[in-house]
Design a protein around this ligand. Structure first.
Ligand SMILES: NC(=O)c1ccc[n+]([C@@H]2O[C@H](COP(=O)([O-])OP(=O)(O)OC[C@H]3O[C@@H](n4cnc5c(N)ncnc54)[C@H](OP(=O)(O)O)[C@@H]3O)[C@@H](O)[C@H]2O)c1
Length: 342
C-alpha cells in the first residue's frame, strides 16, 4: 500500500533529475542532490543535478558517502528555522554526514585530502554528493564504523553528549531518566550515560522494550502501560526529547538540585524554583572536540549506532516522512555513494 503512495513522488524525482541533467549548459562541476526550492511538506523535495559547492578558505569539501536522517530535517523543510537559525532557500537537507575530504581551503590546518570524516555541517546540505564543512564541524570518522554507521551518529550523539556531559555533568552512580530511549537521541543517551557509570531508566513503547535493554538501560519502562512516575523517583537528571505532558510530569521525579533537560520545549523556570530543581532547554551545536570524544567511546566499544534502515538518496521523501513520525527506532540513513572500502 505504502509504495503506491510513493509512486508520484518517485516519478517526480526521476523526471526532475532527467530534466535538469538535459538542461545542463555550463562546465562547472555538478553533483546530484536533494533540493527544496520552497518550504513545505517532504513532497517539495526534488532530486536534481546542481553545481558542486566550492570550499571557502576555512572550509573542506567532503565527498558524502552517507547522510543520517533526523526529525530536524522535516522541521527545517517546513520553514520553522528560517528566522530562528537563518536557513534559506534553496536548501539541501541533511545535518549528519560521513565521507571523505576531497579538497581543502587555504586556512584548513587539521584536515587533509583523503581523510575519512564524520560530522554535522551547521546548515545541513548532507543529502548531496558533496558538502562543505568548517573544520570545527567534523572529526575523524571512527575506524570501527563503516560510513553508513558513522553517518547515524553526529546529531543524535552530540545532542545526548551535550545534554548529559556538558549540561547535567552526569557522574558515576547518579540516576538519569531518558525518555524516548529507542530514538535517535535516546539510543545514544542511554549508552553515553552507562559509559559514564550512571544508572539509567529509559522509556519507549512496547515494541522497543528489547532495544532499551540491549542498549544497557537498567530499567525499561513501557510508556503505553506504565506511568514513568511509578518507576522513576528522586532521579538526578531527566532527558526529555518528547515534550507535551511528558515534560511537566517529569518535574516531580527529580530530586532537589537535579535537572530536567528538554530537547523540544522551554521548561518553565517558576516550576523549577518551586521544587528546588534546575531546568535547561538544550540546543545542539556542531563540535569537533565532542565528536572526537564520542569517537573514542565508539572505538572503545561503549557506543554503537542503531541503524534500522538504509535508503538510497532518491528515497529522501520517504526518509523525511519517517523522521516526522517521531517513532523511529534508532536511526535511518541515506546511502549516497558506495563505501570506499567496498
Ligand atoms: N534541541 C535540540 O538541539 C534537539 C536535537 C536533536 C533532536 N531534537 C528533537 O528531539 C526529538 C527527538 O529526536 P530523536 O532524533 O530522538 O527522534 P526519534 O528518532 O524520532 O525518536 C523519538 C523517540 O521517542 C519515542 N517516543 C515517542 N513518544 C513517546 C512518549 N510519549 N514517551 C516516551 N517515548 C516516546 C519513540 O519511541 P516509540 O516509537 O517506542 O514510541 C522514539 O524512539 C525531536 O523532536 C527532535 O527534533 C532536538
Amino acid at each position: 500500500m505504502q509504495i503506491f503512495h510513493r509512486i508520484p513522488a518517485i516519478l517526480g524525482f526521476a523526471i526532475s533529475f532527467v530534466f535538469c541533467h538535459a538542461a545542463r549548459t555550463d562546465e562547472k562541476p555538478m553533483m546530484k542532490a536533494v533540493v527544496a526550492h520552497e518550504y513545505g511538506a517532504p513532497e517539495v523535495l526534488k532530486f536534481e543535478e546542481v553545481p558542486r559547492p566550492e570550499p571557502k578558505e576555512d572550509e573542506a569539501l567532503v565527498r558524502v558517502i552517507a547522510s543520517g536522517v533526523n526529525p530536524a530535517d522535516p522541521l527545517t523543510l517546513s520553514g520553522k528555522y528560517a528566522r530562528e537559525f537563518g536557513t534559506h532557500l534553496p536548501l539541501i537537507p541533511g545535518y549528519d554526514i560521513a565521507g571523505v575530504v576531497e579538497k581543502i581551503g587555504a586556512k584548513i590546518t587539521k584536515l587533509k585530502v583523503g581523510d575519512a570524516v564524520y560530522g554535522y555541517p551547521t546548515f545541513g546540505g548532507g543529502w548531496a554528493e558533496y558538502v562543505t564543512a568548517k573544520e570545527w564541524e567534523v572529526a575523524a570518522k571512527p575506524k570501527s564504523l563503516n560510513f553508513v554507521q558513522a553517518a547515524a551518529v553526529p546529531m543524535g550523539a552530540l545532542t545526548a553528549w551535550q545534554a548529559l556531559v556538558d549540561v547535567a555533568k552526569l557522574q558515576p552512580g547518579q540516576t538519569v531518566l531518558i525518555h524516548g530511549g529507542s530514538g535517535g537521541v535516546g539510543s545514544f543517551a542511554i549508552q553515553i550515560a552507562k559509559a559514564r557509570g550512571a544508572r539509567v531508566i529509559a522509556t519507549a513503547s512496547t515494541a522497543n522494550q528489547d532495544l532499551l535493554k540491549q542498549l544497557g538501560a537498567d530499567v525499561a519502562v513501557d510508556y503505553t502501560k506504565t506511568r514513568f512516575e511509578d518507576v522513576a523517583r528522586d532521579v538526578d537528571a531527566v532527558l526529555d526529547p518528547v515534550g507535551k505532558e511528558t515534560l511537566p510530569r517529569s518535574y516531580d521525579v527529580v530530586k532537589q538540585g537535579g535537572i530536567v533537560m528538554s530537547l523540544v520545549a522551554r521548561p518553565d523556570p517558576a516550576e523549577f524554583k518551586k521544587r528546588g530543581i534546575h531546568g535547561a532547554a538544550i540546543s545542539v551545536h556542531p563540535d569537533a572536540e565532542d565528536l572526537t570524544e564520542i569517537a573514542h567511546l565508539i572505538e572503545a566499544g561503549k557506543i554503537k549506532p542503531v541503524v534500522t534502515q538504509v535508503l538510497p538518496l532518491s528515497e529522501a521523501i520517504a526518509a523525511q516522512q519517517q523522521a516526522a513520525t517521531h517513532h523511529t527506532r534508532g536511526k535511518l540513513v541515506l546511502r549516497i555513494a558506495d563505501d570506499p572500502k567496498g
